[in-house]
Design a protein around this ligand. Structure first.
Ligand SMILES: [Zn+2]
Length: 424
């Protein structure tokens, strides 16, 4: 009985220190956020991304992290900020942020504006410079409480979350390697605009390309044994079967977003546009369709792909079709037991701090994010620990609620403290 009471009292004392330190540093952190938001860091503005990287690097240097701004030359981006601390205690933690935003230099959205005392409208305030600042504030508080030195923490803030570099294996290499080293991953993206939810599961997203061929012939001969039905009928059969057989599958979506068909096709390289030639009296020879697919687990993705393959190979007369699934997308972050346990810890922390209950967000409302690349490499992962705003991120109406900066930093810092110091 004695030791657990002592432990509990000490825990409360240190947690109170952490909370107090967050309050002391909040003002300065809001200053840091304002500074960061006003530096344009659209993914393709490498100078800006690096500048934001430098800004956060300085902060982490002061906290005794070993920091590095990596080169993104090999995958055509600005590179990442990586910061590490090698302590001896507890599980290895990976904290994930990103430096870039969707607002490039030509965007009309370049600087923040306070809409009232607490709501800041600004490029990247919630997605996710707010989350980056929350990471740094939480680290400061752990340092002040004297518990940071023991910890084994790696922070990675990627420079190309919004528009991944190519090849993606090189772009995500540092992140995946860090995930392999880590036991627990915490993502600081904004969740779904609600500070009472976090992400335990995100859907993965990847592309597919469907190519269909038929026999070109005079239209008067369509449906004959020799000519068959042509590529356009076959493509419409396939897409309709996708819909009929798979659209009711929970949490699975697939969207044909581009189609081009006729006698001769000249699509552009990215399959986002192009030219087609065809005549109403000629049976269509070719169709190309491009779409995405989003699934909540690798199993669901595989099952859907296998059904789609079966549909694609059951051709109408005198046609053939082929579907290729891209492997350069975001993997799904499946809802594992570990992730659910981590949510419970976070929920408990939030309640103990007086900030209420936290639940998991519906995976359909959580877009793909860097945390997905930790899938299968860590025992536990959650995301959405960053700054809540409205639901308008990626638009020029993106906002963040600055009152939540300290709340989120307290939740994160106390969670990390407990994860490292108490057997789970
Ligand atoms: Zn983001």
């Amino acid at each position: 009985m004695g030791t657990s009471v002592v432990l509990h009292a000490q825990q409360n004392k240190l947690e109170r220190k952490i909370v107090k330190s967050v309050d002391q540093h909040t003002e300065a952190s809001l200053g840091l956020l304002k500074k960061a938001v006003n530096i344009n860091s659209g993914t393709m503005n490498f100078d800006g991304v690096k500048k934001v990287g430098e800004l956060f690097k300085d902060e982490l240097d002061k906290l005794g992290f070993q920091t590095e701004l990596t080169s993104g030359e090999s995958y055509g981006r600005a590179g990442h900020l990586i910061a590490t601390r090698k302590g001896k205690k507890g599980p290895k933690l990976l904290l994930i942020g990103h430096l870039d935003t969707v607002f490039e230099l030509d965007s009309p959205f370049q600087e923040y504006k306070m809409l009232n005392d607490s709501i800041m409208k600004g490029p990247g305030v919630s997605d996710m410079k707010g989350g980056d600042v929350i990471i740094i504030l939480a680290m400061k508080a752990l340092k002040d409480a004297g518990v940071l030195d023991d910890m084994n923490i790696e922070i990675i803030m990627t420079g190309d979350e919004e528009k991944s570099g190519d090849p993606i294996e090189l772009s995500k290499k540092d992140l995946i390697e860090a995930a392999i080293r880590a036991d627990i991953a915490l993502g600081f993206e904004n969740a779904d605009g609600n500070s009472k939810t976090i992400v335990t599961s995100r859907r993965g997203s990847s592309d597919w390309k469907l190519t269909v061929n038929g026999n070109a012939a005079h239209s008067s001969q369509i449906f004959t044994d020799k000519v068959g039905v042509g590529a356009i009928y076959e493509a419409s059969r396939i897409l309709n079967e996708f819909y009929l057989q798979l659209s009711k599958e929970e949490n699975l979506t697939f969207n044909p977003g581009f189609i081009i068909g006729g006698t001769t096709l000249e699509p552009n390289e990215e399959l986002t546009g192009g030219r087609a030639f065809g005549k109403s009296n000629v049976v269509a020879q070719e169709v190309t369709v491009r779409g995405d697919i989003r699934a909540v687990s690798p199993e669901q993705l595989q099952k859907a792909q296998s059904i789609m393959n079966t549909i694609v190979s059951a051709n109408y007369p005198k046609t053939n079709a082929q579907i290729i699934f891209g492997n350069d997308g975001y993997p799904p972050l499946a809802s594992t037991d570990g992730n659910r346990i981590l949510l419970e810890h976070y929920n408990k922390v939030s309640q103990d701090l007086g900030f209420g209950t936290i639940t998991a967000v519906n995976p359909r409302n959580a877009g793909a994010a860097d945390i997905s690349f930790t899938s299968g490499h860590v025992d536990m992962a959650i995301d959405g620990l960053g700054l809540t705003g409205g639901a308008d991120d990626h638009t020029i109406n993106e906002t963040g609620n600055l009152n939540h900066v300290s709340v989120q930093a307290k939740r994160a810092a106390v969670l990390i403290y407990r994860l490292v110091n108490f057997k789970q």
